[in-house]
Design a protein around this ligand. Structure first.
Ligand code: LMR
Length: 332
């Protein structure tokens, strides 16, 4: 009798442990380096909210969002993803060169005329193929998210490429972006995003390049009196996950997460431009800085000065891939 009770007790305890285990949600830590009121910040929160509200996922998956480099910043986040310390990131496309040379394509100056061209390339076969280009390294791309086109900022008025000569510009960890500034005889300095404000404030660097939403949300206008509206390049993101983690998810969970990611992507990409324009207006309203637009002739001068960078990276990236991206400027 005693034996039977003990056996029953053990069975009950075992099945309760099983239940507790089944009830433990899968935690997805989603870390990023920007503020919440930016396209990526909003996208991460939207993803979190939609997963929490999804009837199929709400008890199974919990998304935790860490903005502003609060969990991992540039330099550490990719390693953390590979170690399984974080499950989702959305690094800027400039931050992948150690894992794939092809993704460097997005850093080529004056490649895309506008975000519609970017969309045509990213959603086309060549762009989509890049999402899986790092699978062999354990990194799987789930989507592209827009931020927008880059503008220049500096501690002096910069209208022509020659005005930037000798200035130190902060760049992301990208060889293409280093070469872009060398092409106009400026001095690029690689620096993580979290250090940009201080770097500009203390004069470690004199200028930088970014989107309006990143400038405004980091208060860069407090330390940069001049912005030049160059639209010379792109800041977009690849939402990535650890391949092993992703492939280890139950199939139905993975499918539903991808479905939500696709819906969020449509929304982020729809809203990004408006967020940047709102941020631009806020900078104007703050009266801290001057925003200088360029005439088409002035912009052409920048294009010609920076364009040689394409040839430098054509072998690494692939001339055919560059052509496919350039072709996306022609509306289909
Ligand atoms: C930067 O480092 O300048 C940006 O790419 C940060 C970001 O994620 O938008």
């Amino acid at each position: 009798m005693l034996k039977l009770t003990k056996a029953l007790f053990c069975a009950a305890a075992f099945s309760m442990a099983g239940l507790a285990q089944a009830a433990d949600p899968i935690v997805i830590k989603f870390a990023h380096v920007v503020a919440e009121n930016t396209p990526k910040g909003q996208g991460a929160l939207m993803f979190q909210k939609m997963v929490a509200a999804d009837p199929q996922l709400k008890d199974k998956v919990k998304v935790e969002v860490f903005p502003n480099s609060s969990l991992f910043g540039d330099g550490k986040e990719m390693e953390a993803l590979l170690l399984g310390d974080v499950q989702m990131l959305a690094p800027s496309l400039a931050k992948f060169e150690h894992y794939t040379k092809q993704v460097q394509i997005f850093d080529l100056p004056f490649l895309f005329n506008d975000l519609a061209a970017v969309d045509r390339f990213q959603q086309g076969p060549r762009g989509k193929a890049l999402l899986t280009a790092m699978d062999d390294k354990g990194i799987h791309g789930l989507a592209y998210w827009h931020n927008g086109l880059k503008q220049l900022s500096a501690n002096k008025k910069v209208i022509q490429p020659k005005d930037a000569r000798g200035l130190k510009f902060r760049v992301q960890a990208s060889s293409v972006l280093e070469e872009q500034f060398k092409a106009i005889r400026a001095n690029p300095r690689k620096m993580s995003f979290a250090e940009v404000y201080q770097g500009l404030q203390t004069g470690t660097v004199n200028g930088t390049e970014n989107t309006w939403s990143n400038y405004e949300s980091q208060k860069v206008n407090e330390v940069q009196p001049f912005f030049t509206e160059t639209n010379h390049g792109l800041i977009d993101y690849m939402v990535i996950t650890n391949s092993k983690f992703w492939n280890g998810l139950p199939e139905d969970v993975r499918g539903e997460l991808q479905k939500i990611m696709d819906q969020v992507t449509v929304e982020v990409n729809k809203q990004a431009e408006a967020l940047n324009q709102t941020a631009r207006q806020k900078i104007i309203d703050s009266k801290t800085s001057e925003i200088d637009p360029l005439t088409p002739e002035q912009r052409q001068e920048w294009r010609e000065a920076m364009r040689p960078v394409w040839d430098k990276f054509s072998d690494e990236i692939g001339a055919d891939l560059i052509k496919a991206a350039d072709d996306s400027n022609k509306a289909s």
